[in-house]
Write a protein that binds this ligand. Structure first.
Ligand code: PHE
Length: 350
């Protein structure tokens, strides 16, 4: 009887190994019907043969387990613990391609923004960046642009297809003045405790303009806003004179002429004495000795009121200057489009 059983196991063994070769997941062999029926035999085998049959069957199972493991090399790897601490014993010398002699540098716009922010830090201004997508309220309504007012068209604003909660399209901000209301609201409590609001706001702005050597659809501005008690135009002009003189590294004169912005009253357009020729006239200033550089004015009472600040108690000033233009004048760059092209020959000069 045991001989018969031995043969049955031997036959099944051969079949099982044939089958194993065809299986994708080798472990499935241990669940095969053939193996299972060998085990089922146990129930009908006479007791005195059970032990030897059981041993043979166990040997076969072990053989199959081993074979299925070998063929599955790689499947049973330990899982990787991605939270385990990394091996930081890696030296840059192991990666010579990363040690090339060419170094990157800051884009001149970034470098000059850093410089401007440093200047204003010494004057006690905080800074915050403006976002690159905004809503109608921050771009227009909070800044005293009445609904449907033609001045809304002066900024050549790009609109998106997405609508905000008031069903107005989100916009690509056309100036950094979009931050005025936010800053006024967030600093109002401090203002009421006696601390003037003093902020500069660098940001990327967008205008649907025809592009040429002096006009880009995307450029950078630096906004400034200062609100306190007894603040006048004299304070505004003084801050701007300090800013330009520090930025160009020489004494700069200012010239103002009246202008119109809905969010400032009075509003001015400001020109600076040409830092290249000191008003003698050169190609940078188109022979006039002066360069028109920015818009500014006293914060409109409606803008203060909109932010919950009492214009009978507080006054302030604001300005917005194009950073690209400032950098172009400082370095004698005649093509605004260079900033955006990633042209290495241009960028490596800085
Ligand atoms: N936002 C104005 C512009 O982009 C500049 C400006 C800022 C004017 C703040 C007055 C006060 O032209």
């Amino acid at each position: 009887m045991i001989k018969e059983l031995e043969k049955q196991i031997a036959d099944t063994r051969a079949k099982l190994f044939e089958k194993l070769a065809t299986l994708k997941n080798k472990k499935d062999i241990l669940k095969s019907t053939e193996l299972k029926s060998l085990y089922d035999e146990m129930k009908v085998i006479p007791n005195d043969h059970k032990a030897s049959y059981g041993k043979l069957l166990n040997d076969l199972k072990n053989e199959l387990t081993e074979a299925s493991n070998e063929d599955n090399a790689g499947v049973d790897l330990e899982p990787i613990d991605v939270t385990a601490p990394a091996d930081f014993n890696i030296s840059l010398k192991d990666f010579p391609e990363l040690l090339s002699s060419e170094k990157g540098s800051k884009n001149p716009i970034t470098a000059e923004i850093d410089l401007l922010l440093d200047i204003f830090k010494t004057l006690g201004f905080s800074s915050i960046e403006s976002p690159e997508i905004d809503n109608d309220y921050n771009m227009f309504s909070s800044l005293n642009f009445p609904e449907g007012h033609p001045a809304r068209d002066d900024w050549d604003t790009f609109l998106t297809h997405e609508k905000d909660s008031k069903n107005k399209p989100f916009i690509a901000p056309a100036h950094t003045s979009t931050m005025q209301h936010r800053v006024l609201v967030s600093e109002r409590a401090e203002l009421e405790k006696g601390k003037p609001i003093a902020y500069v706001i660098p940001g990327r702005v967008f205008r649907n303009e025809d592009v040429d050597a002096r006009h880009e659809h995307t450029f950078y501005q630096l906004e400034g806003i200062y609100v306190g008690k007894d603040i006048t135009v004299a304070n505004l002009l003084n801050i701007l004179k300090v800013m330009f003189s520090k930025y160009f590294g020489k004494d700069i004169e200012l010239k103002v002429q009246p202008f119109y912005f809905p969010f400032t009253e009075p509003s001015f357009e400001l020109a600076v004495s040409c830092p290249f020729c000191d008003k003698k006239g050169c190609s940078v200033c188109s022979r006039s000795g002066w360069i028109e550089l920015l818009g500014c004015g006293m914060v409109h009472p409606n803008v203060l009121e909109q932010a919950g600040i009492n214009p009978a108690i507080y006054t302030g000033f604001a300005w917005g200057v194009g950073i690209n233009r400032l950098v172009m004048i400082k370095y004698g760059i005649d093509e605004i489009r260079h900033f955006m092209t990633g042209n290495l020959e241009f960028l490596e000069q800085f």
